[in-house]
Design a binder for this molecule. Structure first.
Ligand SMILES: [Mg+2]
Length: 232
């Protein structure tokens, strides 16, 4: 039996969220700080929600201390507005994802989790709308750290507490659509699988040398073979 801990990114990997996400963040920041900063044109890909809040406000001239003072309120306002306003039609599940999760969850020895830049409550809402939240009993989220590369050890520890299994880095696979996801796998010495369904082409992702690379997850059998790859 292959034993694998499989950690999925959310945005650009499992699903895409329409423009509602950017609008909600802008409205939350205007409510709490009086400005949306650079939210309108900022690159969110692969970044932690908490770090995004700091970056877009620093671009408007706020200093980190000012941002930190009202950060918890801004996070909570964003989460509340996101859950109020985002509906099923705002979420597009990416090709092959439901079948991939269905098949993986049936395999013995496979533990599925999340490794994402989302705050847990807004990230889980994204997964609940298309009905895939139940595949992920645990995860590491933006609530846990400001830097994504701090998340892999947190995810491993949560997997150990939930399953009683100490997954080694070589039994761990991190799946995502950006160089940041690939880097997370590298800090842990885990295996990385990149998918070009987010904002980055397979040519760009290949430059960051993931262990495997897919245009999308339509060929679920090939993706599962890579997850179970004994070379890892
Ligand atoms: Mg992503």
């Amino acid at each position: 039996m292959h034993r694998r801990l499989v950690l999925f990114d959310i945005d650009g990997t499992l699903l895409k969220v329409g423009s509602v996400n950017r609008r909600v963040l802008a409205d939350a920041l205007i409510e709490v700080y009086g400005t949306e900063g650079s939210t309108g044109h900022h690159d969110f890909s692969g970044k932690m929600d908490g770090a995004i809040i700091y970056e877009v406000l620093e671009n408007a001239g706020l200093d980190r201390r000012e941002i930190a003072e009202r950060f918890d309120r801004a996070r909570d306002t964003y989460i509340t507005l996101f859950r109020e306003r985002t509906c099923p039609s705002d979420i597009t599940l990416l090709e092959g994802v439901r079948q991939l999760l269905d098949e993986l969850s049936e395999l013995p020895g496979i533990c599925l989790g999340l490794l994402t830049g989302n705050f847990e409550k807004s990230g889980r809402h994204k997964l609940k709308l298309p009905g895939i939240d139940h595949y992920f009993p645990f995860g590491a989220f933006a609530d846990d750290a400001l830097q994504r590369t701090e998340l892999p050890p947190i995810a491993l520890e949560r997997a150990r507490r939930m399953t009683g299994t100490n997954f080694s880095p070589s039994e761990t696979v991190i799946i995502g659509d950006t160089e940041h996801d690939i880097r997370c796998a590298r800090v842990l010495d885990a295996r990385s699988i990149a998918v070009a369904t987010g904002n980055f082409s397979s040519e760009v992702l290949a430059g960051h040398r993931p262990d495997a690379l897919f245009e999308n997850f339509a060929a679920t059998g090939e993706v599962i073979a890579e997850i179970l790859n004994p070379q890892s």
